[in-house]
Design a protein around this ligand. Structure first.
Ligand SMILES: O=P(O)(O)OP(=O)(O)OP(=O)(O)OC[C@H]1O[C@@H](n2cnc3c(O)ncnc32)[C@H](O)[C@@H]1O
Ligand SMILES: [Mg+2]
Length: 197
């Protein structure tokens, strides 16, 4: 089976990638498999900068093609917060505390003003080629309480009106069919065979 390296330590993200790449015949490897000691400080101020930073750091170390994902939630009523700070909004990678903070900051905001979107920027870096980036988004509404137990991060409070479900109420495959990550991967897909030769 062909292998694809995702420069991430987020197991929820890795599951999202597996749901899309495994049916295409790829085994998904993460930093836990290829470079468990690596901790990359995300010093960029945009998703794109951080995705490029993560992809290039790992590609330079491993001398092979690597995909990195930098993503986050932007809530309109909070002027785009938490944005690039999504993972560390209230506590470092503390999904529950992060959701609580978002819900607290939205207290009293009516449904019609609770619009938000997820963004996913993917960067692909490798030896002797310029790094490429693509972006995918997904629109939704922030609920007042959690629903569902699938997924990760802000999925339980991110409601997708067309599906009448939160992302945490979707199977990984269903989430991938409409998510910011799925949309970004589909943009990349036509380039994949050449990147992975
Ligand atoms: O940097 P890596 O190791 O890939 O893992 P990370 O979790 O730190 O990833 P980011 O720096 O890209 O931060 C993204 C955060 O945005 C949120 N997020 C991104 N995609 C999401 C999704 O599909 N569902 C729910 N929350 C998501 C979640 O809080 C993530 O931790
Ligand atoms: Mg991160």
């Amino acid at each position: 089976m062909k292998q694809i390296i995702i420069a991430t330590k987020n197991k929820g993200k890795a599951k999202d990638f597996e749901a899309i790449f495994e049916p295409l015949g790829f085994e998904v490897l993460t930093l836990f498999d290829v470079a468990p000691d690596m901790e990359i400080e995300e010093t960029g101020s945009t998703f794109e900068e951080n995705a490029v930073l993560k992809a290039e750091t790992v590609a330079n170390r491993l001398h092979t093609y690597v995909i990195a994902d930098d993503s986050g939630l932007e809530i309109d009523a909070l002027h785009g917060e938490p944005g690039v700070y999504s993972a560390r909004y209230a506590g470092d990678h503390d999904d529950e505390a992060n959701m609580d903070k978002a819900l607290r900051n939205l207290e009293g905001v009516p449904t019609e003003d609770r619009t938000a979107h997820f963004t996913c920027c993917l960067a692909i870096a490798g030896p002797d080629v310029p790094t490429e980036t693509v972006k995918g988004t997904c629109e939704g509404v922030i609920l007042t309480e959690r629903r569902g137990d699938q997924g990760f991060g802000y999925d339980p409070i991110f409601y997708v009106p067309e599906k009448e479900k939160t992302m945490a109420e979707m199977t990984p495959a269903e989430k991938g069919s409409l998510s910011h990550r799925g949309n970004a991967i589909r943009k990349l897909a036509s380039d994949l065979p050449t990147w992975l030769q």
